[in-house]
Write a protein that binds this ligand. Sequence first.
Ligand code: CTP
Length: 440
Amino acid sequence: MKKVITYGTFDMLHQGHLNILKRAKALGDYLIVGVTSDDFDSRRGKINVQQSMIERVEGVKETGLADQIVIEEYEGQKIDDINRFGVDIFAIGSDWKGKFDYLSEFCKVVYLERTKGISSTKIRSQNNHLKLGLIGKAKRLWKIANEAVSINGIDIVGTSGAGYDRRLKKLNNYSFDQLIEKVDAVFIESDVKDRYEQIKYALERGKHVLCDLPMTIGRRQQHELLEIAKKNECILMSGIKTAYSTAYYRLLLMVKSGEIGDILSVETTCTSLNEISKIKKYQKNDIWSAMDAWGATALMPIFQILGTDYVYNTIISKKIDDYFDIFTKMDFVYKNAVATIKIGKGVKSEGEMIISGTKGYVYVPAPWWKTDYFEIRYEDQNKNKRFFYELEGEGFKYELVNFLRAINHGRTLSYTGNDVLEEISNVYDEFYNSDDISLI
Ligand code: CTP
């Protein structure tokens, strides 16, 4: 029996896929199809795949052409598969010509003609051309504009509030109302106090919103926005990029599945150093205080891991000019656990996250909010485990791809639940509007 093997992502199965599977099958008697795992695809930079691995496997199965389906999970697996299954022929589309010649040491390599005029990339970009507007200061928007370029299916229409900036020179700058009219969705990273009105305006006009946290100052306002989004069938999603990195997401799953036992403590630190003199000079328009820059990021894992039902909290802040906090420390006391955040702007510390449990602890080195690596450490060091997951750029891509998917599927696939969003807004309300804050 002659065995043939071929590989692919097979996202949104199309005629080109059908043709290649037929051609590959015709080369022998038994066809093995390797479908890439989501992880493998994202590690090799293919992050905009629309269907899950299960859906893609189903697609291949339904063609009735595969005698066996395997999942491709790691670099070098093709050699393993060929040896393991006793494969005679490796077949792949002509777009890969020459790339797999090294396999001829193990079996015959055949490049089959690629079907012209069709690809998953093309279907993806035809299906969901999302017109996206960016709202906020140029300094914060150019990174996202930069990473969005490589995502097919997203067109950046322009910015609002960014003014003229060399880094964004290819984009048009509109007034807020003008921009909202031109787009299907907006990314908002404006000043914290402006966000509520902006989000409300956009949602009421049926636009999807991806917004940095906090979205509002106050629980009631956040709740109201979520309700408007629901009523208007719009996606309103958290724009904290950390939440969408694979490493962070895996870390949450491990912690929740009891890998380090019961959680007793979560500590997060986020700081950046701006000279105070600089802050004074530009404070009115450009520089965010510790709370506005870091508060939501530092709070997010605490509420995701321990929930929002703490018994009480305390806030200590060091402010300049009465309102600009350069350092803030918050403690949250739960029935069975505690949590602490330390955030600084103009104060520097080790930006790490530590989650302590009854069996071990998770250590995420600085800067933990750009997580691509973490360790699970135990009393017996030999049992320590290290985890690494590729993070391309600063992670905005993953956030945008998730936003696009949420819009296409009509629901948010996120672990930042509504209760977490509301609690974060609530803490900001307390920070800005309550007298119960100690100053140092
Ligand atoms: N293929 C083909 N003809 C096409 C598209 C794909 O013969 N028009 C082949 C590829 O050469 C490969 C297999 O189908 O051998 C799986 O390719 P895959 O990467 O999943 O499909 P693409 O449509 O090329 O996906 P993308 O646009 O995401 O790269």
